[in-house]
Design a protein around this ligand. Structure first.
Ligand SMILES: [Zn+2]
Length: 64
């Protein structure tokens, strides 16, 4: 549990400090945890989690 809080705080700090602007759209990129369900050969799903920086260029792809 402590680890989770730690991570949340770090993520908060990171997004506050590293607000990099996208050169294309000028929107500040937001680090977002992107969860992707992938069907395995066995027929079950596993979840790929990756952090992506979301700005206007890719928000529709990422956030739907
Ligand atoms: Zn952009």
């Amino acid at each position: 549990m402590a680890k989770q809080t730690d991570f949340a705080e770090k993520a908060k700090k990171a997004s506050a400090e590293k607000g990099t602007k996208c050169p294309k759209c000028g929107t500040v990129k937001t680090p977002t945890l992107y969860v992707n369900a992938v069907k395995t050969a066995g027929g079950s799903y596993r979840f790929n989690r990756q952090r992506v920086n979301v700005c206007k260029c890719n928000e529709k792809e990422i956030l739907g």
